[in-house]
Design a protein around this ligand. Structure first.
Ligand code: KIV
Length: 263
């Protein structure tokens, strides 16, 4: 696989070519993903659940993310790696810069932060300092205690308007990509059309520019449960390589996600 950059993601958006991405946490799997031409890897703080076995992502530290980013980069020299800034590692711009620099030095190409308009200044400051930012809206797992559980977001008109406005504000502030998690497919479609930056969906329907799934979910080995929007591709194919290949292909062909896997 050739080296993937943000320009590739922008081109795919412009051309209407859908792209897949997957979470990754170690070198063995990131090597397999790269061999199957997975262009984007997300080193997510979901590692709190799937690696550490915790009920939420809140205990994941910046050191955990640095460690796993290094592991993923070791197995995949060419994928575009987006690494999460974990809970309370970006609550002010100064801390955000220090945390983000650690992830970039560990091998990330971009950092991801969960939140709306309160992050505008942080996004400006990070991008001015050469740290590319992916915003994350919709269901933001670090806010689970505000929601009282993992719930689909943006179902009311008021919530939907707020998510759309936040997406526009974060793009204006300099965010170069956006993850939308667990929102109605129609809203995700509208946001994807209105933004110039690539939008990656998880539980956000078929119309976002890219898709991401948690690797343990597509391999059917999640410690807790497989969410409704995900799919066990391993069960359908019989090998890890074939499962990854089928997931990438179905995203490109726009057959995944279908309505059964959307809200
Ligand atoms: O933590 C994570 O793995 C994520 C992805 C699912 C986007 O945020």
């Amino acid at each position: 696989m050739k080296k993937i950059t943000i320009s590739d993601l922008n081109n795919w958006k412009a051309l209407g070519e859908k792209f897949a991405s997957i979470t990754a946490y170690d070198a063995s799997f990131s090597k397999i993903f790269e061999e199957q031409n997975m262009p984007v890897l997300i080193v997510g703080d979901s590692l709190g659940s799937v690696i550490q076995g915790k009920p939420t992502t809140l205990n994941v530290s910046i050191d955990d993310l640095v460690y796993h980013t290094k592991c993923v980069r070791a197995g995949s020299p060419n994928a575009f790696i987006i690494s999460d800034l974990p809970f309370m590692s970006y609550h002010n711009p100064h801390t955000a810069c220090e945390s983000a620099a650690k992830l970039m030095k560990a091998g990330a190409n971009m950092v991801k932060i969960e939140g709306g308009s309160w992050l505008i200044n942080t996004v400006k400051i990070l991008t001015e300092r050469a740290i590319p930012v992916c915003a994350h809206l919709g269901l933001m797992p670090q806010a689970v205690n505000i929601y009282g559980g993992y719930k689909v977001q943006g179902k009311t008109e008021e919530q939907a308007t707020k998510i759309l406005e936040n997406a526009q504000q974060l793009q204006r502030a300099g965010a170069q990509a956006l993850v939308l998690e667990c929102i109605p497919a129609k809203l995700a479609q509208q946001i994807t059309l209105e933004l110039n930056i690539p939008v990656i969906g998880i539980g956000a329907g078929k119309d976002t520019d890219g898709q991401v799934l948690v690797m343990h979910d597509i391999l059917g080995v999640s410690a807790n449960y497989i969410p409704r929007f995900s799919r066990n591709f391993l069960a359908e194919t019989g090998s890890i390589e074939a499962a990854v290949k089928k997931y990438i292909e179905e995203v490109k062909q726009k057959t995944f996600p279908d309505e059964k896997h959307s809200f």
